[in-house]
Each structure stands twice: as structure tokens, then as C-alpha cells.
Design a protein around this ligand. Structure first.
Ligand SMILES: [Zn+2]
Length: 303
């Protein structure tokens, strides 16, 4: 069994307009870079069903996005006519990846899709995100008989939407490292969820590898092990890279390899290696490509 890459051409149709950092070229460079890795299995992502989306989101949000068409939802979040379709396939990628891991067809998976998802709240699209792909995937795993799900989020921004989706579910673990203070403003250490199953590690701008690895090693990864997940998800944002124009944590590609390997080792021990990762941020194209390759190589090489 190998690592699968889920993708869909609709990721190229979601047009956010000239000058927007969350742009079509992001998936183009990611796909091109991943093609250089031998042994990956490429799979086209299906569309998520309304039922799958509405395990996380309100029907009002679903209906609004389905008919929105072209325009700006807020200052950051811009849609074109095909954006709804792209968003359905982005969430559908994570669901299909869960199903393929569940069926024993693949070892683990990376979803190379856009729009990203972790800022999308159950009732509100925001921060370049329409539907919360990783939370929809986590709910799919629960529906398939993996009650205890964990989302690890290393994007430079806090995954506010995922945190909200997890908040009242004792079986939904969420851990995040992120720059602080920074967009979207949530993610204080004191935000712990209704059952203490949420773990936030805010980091100061410019902290670099040392403090990043320390919070994962000493705080977030031990919490994950203690939770004993049945299925592990990663919100893989690469905007904490030192070359990224939107983030300022100063990480390197080696940090992403390291964390991916650490998480995969816990997955091997606690949940037979069941890991699905999905692309979030990352806005310097060269750093995004290099970081994604490092991340997917670590998924491929994990036990
Ligand atoms: Zn981000």
C-alpha cells in the first residue's frame, strides 16, 4: 500500500481574482512538484455530498454558497462561478481519502486541493475557505466507525473553524500551532474545548524551528498520544515557512518533514497508520512546492 494524492481539475477553476494570494498557481506547482515523487497513487477526488457537508455546516451556509455565483463574501474570501464545485471536490477529496484508507486500498493520503478549509465555520465561510474540508473528513471517519478523530493543524493561522466544529465533541481532538497574535485572532492557550480535548500553542512571530518543535514535542504530540485517536488528520498549511509572505514563524521544509514523521509514528502506534492530510495555506510558490514534497515524502516513508 502506498500514499495517495487526491486532486481535481475544479481546483483550477476557483478564481479568486488578480493579486489574491490563494490562487490557481498554488495547486499547479504542488501537482508538478508531487509528480517528481515516485510511487504515489494519483486519484481524482469526487464531489462531497450535501449530507457530508452538512455534518459540519448549516444548510443555510450550504445553500448560500451553492447560489452565490461570483463576488466577494468578505475582504478575503472571493468566489467565481465554479467555486462551489471546487469546494465540493476539496471536501470530497478528504472524504474519499478516508474511505480509501478505511477500505485498506492505500496507506495514507494527501489532498492537493483548493479552496482550503480550516477557517470555515459551521455557519460562515471566511479566510479564503468555503467548507471545512478537514472537519468534513473527520466526520466521515466517525460515520465509518472511527469514533475518536484528531486534527493536527500546523498552518501559520489558527484553524478557528475546525476548533468550532470540534468544540462540543469529546471524541474530536484538535491541536494547533500558529503565529500569535495573527489572523483570525482565535487560538489562545486557554481555549480548550468543552472536554479539554482542544490544545492551542500560540507562537511569537519569528520564533523559528526551536520553539515550534518544542511545543509539538512537549505539549501537542503527548496530548495526541493521550487521546488515543482512531483516525488522524492534518491541516497541512505551509505558510509558517520562512519565505511565506503571509506568515512570520520562520520554519523550514525540514520542520514540516519532522512533524509529519512524528505524527505518522504516533498514527502507526495508535491507529494502524490511518492518516489523511489536506492542503491549507502556503503562499510562496517555491516554498509551497518544496514543503509539500517534504510533507508527502514523510507520509510515503512512514512505517
Ligand atoms: Zn494559513
Amino acid at each position: 500500500m502506498t500514499t495517495a494524492v487526491f486532486h481535481h481539475p475544479s481546483s483550477l477553476q476557483h478564481d479568486t481574482g488578480i493579486g489574491h494570494p490563494e490562487r490557481v498557481e498554488r495547486v499547479q506547482v504542488v501537482w508538478r512538484a508531487l509528480r517528481s515523487i515516485e510511487g504515489l497513487e494519483w486519484r481524482e477526488a469526487p464531489s462531497a455530498t450535501p449530507e457530508q457537508i452538512m455534518r459540519v455546516h448549516t444548510s443555510a451556509l450550504y445553500d448560500m454558497i451553492s447560489v452565490f455565483g461570483e463576488g466577494a463574501l468578505d475582504a478575503d474570501t472571493v468566489l467565481s462561478e465554479p467555486s462551489f464545485t471546487a469546494a465540493l471536490h476539496a471536501a470530497g477529496a478528504v472524504c474519499a481519502a478516508v474511505e480509501a484508507v478505511h477500505a485498506g486500498q492505500i496507506k495514507n493520503a494527501f489532498c492537493a486541493v483548493r479552496p482550503p478549509g480550516h477557517h470555515a465555520e459551521p455557519d460562515q465561510a471566511m479566510g479564503f475557505c468555503l467548507f471545512n474540508n478537514i472537519a468534513v473528513g473527520a466526520r466521515q471517519a466517525q460515520a465509518l466507525g472511527y469514533p475518536r478523530v484528531a486534527v493536527l493543524d500546523f498552518d501559520v493561522h489558527h484553524g478557528n473553524g475546525t476548533q468550532t466544529a470540534a468544540w462540543n465533541d469529546a471524541n474530536f481532538f484538535f491541536a494547533s500551532s500558529h503565529q500569535w497574535p495573527h489572523y483570525p485572532g482565535t487560538g489562545a492557550h486557554s481555549e480548550r474545548g468543552a472536554y479539554g480535548q482542544i490544545h492551542n500553542a500560540p507562537l511569537p512571530e519569528g520564533c523559528g524551528s526551536g520553539p515550534f518543535r518544542a511545543v509539538w514535542q512537549n505539549e501537542l504530540l503527548p496530548a495526541l498520544e493521550g487521546f488515543a485517536p482512531d483516525f488522524i488528520f492534518m491541516s497541512a498549511g505551509f505558510d509558517a515557512h520562512l519565505a511565506d509572505p503571509l506568515g512570520g514563524l520562520g520554519l523550514t521544509t525540514a520542520d514540516f518533514s519532522w512533524l509529519t514523521a512524528q505524527i505518522s509514528q504516533i498514527a502507526a502506534k495508535s491507529c494502524a497508520g490511518r492518516v489523511v492530510s489536506s492542503l491549507e495555506g502556503g503562499y510562496n510558490l517555491a516554498a509551497l512546492a518544496d514543503s509539500t514534497v517534504a510533507h508527502v515524502r514523510a507520509l510515503l516513508e512512514c512505517p
